[in-house]
Design a protein around this ligand. Structure first.
Ligand code: PXL
Length: 280
């Protein structure tokens, strides 16, 4: 496989999430992962009192240097932004470099915003949605973006409503992750070529930090390898479930994904038609 992805999200130094999972996961899928850290944090915000070096003021300079060097990317994956003001800057970067865009509008979970995410965040992220080829919210984020109420176990009709509300924001495809159904968990989505689709498997009752970021990275790698949106989603969901199962205890250090990377590599060892550009 081949290709170069730009992953735009924070570098949380401790507690597997964001760039510390995107880098190993995309590497294990044979994809070169370039990074643009939106902030450097001592830990993710699930630990109390993290130190944060916000990089809002540097994003444009870093990307200007890449443009000057003729650097390009086959895809851009966007995750956690540390400040709503970053949405406009990331929008400019996507205009310049975003041939294929996977947007995970990281803001919250279980019906609430993450600690430190401002109430202006959903409005700012809405402006980025039209630049996304694939939008990957969890149920909480889908509710925040559409203004619909959060439901812990959304029914099919409500998922359709959420997905239609998200499509109205302008992405080509949407895939809503972390959908609970009794003893199952999975996703529901809509794409132009596949219509609506869903995927469910047994729920492993452990809530761990960074699983959405693991999903987004594995999804991006599989999608780069030529998988369709539902296929890439299914591979990412199976990967995350294995990571959660491999994790002994629930701690803020996240999911023990390392031992599952060889499995991920094997899934993509067959013939693929990578989405990589000739001009890169
Ligand atoms: O996994 C999402 C995430 C990413 N980045 C930071 C976070 C979180 C979730 O809490 O705190 C800094």
């Amino acid at each position: 496989m081949s290709g170069r992805v730009l992953s735009i999200q924070d570098l949380s130094c401790v507690g597997r999430c964001s760039l510390t999972v995107a880098l190993p996961v995309l590497s294990a899928m044979g994809v070169e992962c370039a990074v643009l850290p939106t902030a450097v944090l001592s830990t993710h915000t699930g630990f109390p009192g993290p130190q944060c070096l916000d990089l809002t003021d540097r994003l444009a300079d870093f990307s200007a240097h890449w443009a000057q060097q003729g650097i390009c990317f086959d895809a851009v994956e966007v995750g956690y932004l540390s400040d709503p003001a970053q949405a406009r800057l990331v929008g400019d970067i996507l205009n310049r470099f975003g041939k294929f865009v996977v947007l995970d509008p990281v803001m919250g979970d279980s019906g609430r915003l993450y600690r430190g995410i401002s109430p202006d965040h959903p409005e700012a992220l809405k402006t980025l949605c039209k630049q996304a080829d694939v939008l990957l919210p969890n149920v909480t984020e889908a509710a925040l973006l559409t203004g619909l109420p959060y439901r812990q176990e959304p029914e099919d009709d409500f998922l359709q409503e959420l997905a239609q509300g998200l499509l109205a924001l302008g992405p080509d495809s949407v895939l809503i992750t972390g959908v609970r159904r009794e003893d199952k968990v999975g996703f529901f989505g809509i794409s132009p070529s596949d219509g609506s689709f869903s995927f469910f498997e047994d729920y492993v009752p452990r809530s761990l930090h960074g699983t959405g970021d693991l999903f987004a990275a594995a999804f991006t790698g599989a999608w780069m390898a030529g998988r369709s949106v539902p296929e890439a989603g299914a591979l990412a969901a199976r990967f995350v479930r294995r990571c959660v199962s491999a994790t002994g205890a629930v701690t803020p250090f996240g999911a023990s994904f390392e031992a599952v990377l060889p499995w991920l590599w094997q899934q993509l060892s067959g013939p693929e038609s990578p989405k990589s550009s000739k001009s890169c």
